[in-house]
Design a protein around this ligand. Structure first.
Ligand SMILES: [Zn+2]
Ligand SMILES: [Zn+2]
Length: 193
């Protein structure tokens, strides 16, 4: 009978990764960064391909860690740009499931905003509101994509769209600048925060 193996219980997180795993980490990070560059150039479909490859490697090499959640969310953001909302929804929910268990409060706020945006675009303002304003910890994002102040902040420092109440802004300029996008989805609702 063979001697019991010492490697079976050895998880990646329990010590410094071996060189092969390190190489995978590096490869996945490179793919992710190249995907981000393509996304910034508006090449969403190409970005999606790289994010999916990066994700495959990250899941194999690191499992469901915060670094994997980052790529799930980036993939979802590119899919949103192409209107692939169901795929985007699935991926950002994966990101949130990871960070809600073990992630930073800020990443929880970022991915919650991605999820809120998807619900908004799907026309489900009730879910957009409960996602964006719900669940502690008390950190929330301004929903304007190019907000000059993109750090998560307490809910009390943001104000909601007075008509739909499904979206949060840090300032009047952000609300006004986002209106061109948001007006497609905004409609009167009765709910309060
Ligand atoms: Zn803002
Ligand atoms: Zn609105």
């Amino acid at each position: 009978m063979a001697a019991p193996s010492m490697t079976v219980s050895h998880e990646i997180l329990s010590g410094p990764p071996d060189p092969a795993t390190l190489a995978q980490h590096k490869q996945a990070a490179t793919l992710h960064n190249e995907g981000m560059a393509l996304e910034r150039q508006g090449k969403h479909a190409d970005a999606i391909k790289l994010f999916k490859k990066a994700l495959e490697i990250k899941l194999a090499a690191m499992g469901r860690t915060e670094g994997t959640a980052v790529t799930y969310n980036a993939l979802a953001e590119s899919q949103i740009q192409l209107g692939q909302l169901d795929d985007a929804l699935e991926n950002v929910q994966q990101a949130l499931a990871i960070v809600n268990q073990q992630g930073s409060v800020n990443n929880q706020a970022y991915y919650r905003e991605t999820l809120g945006l998807i619900y908004e675009m799907k026309g489900d303002l009730e879910k957009a509101r409960s996602t964006r304003t719900g669940s502690p910890p008390d950190r929330y994002l301004c929903s304007y994509f190019q907000c000059p102040n993109p750090a998560p902040q307490p809910l009390g420092q943001l104000s909601q769209c007075s008509r739909c109440k499904a979206i949060l802004y840090c300032s009047t300029p952000c609300r006004n600048n986002d209106w061109k996008r948001h007006k497609k989805y905004c409609r009167e609702t009765k709910a309060e925060l």
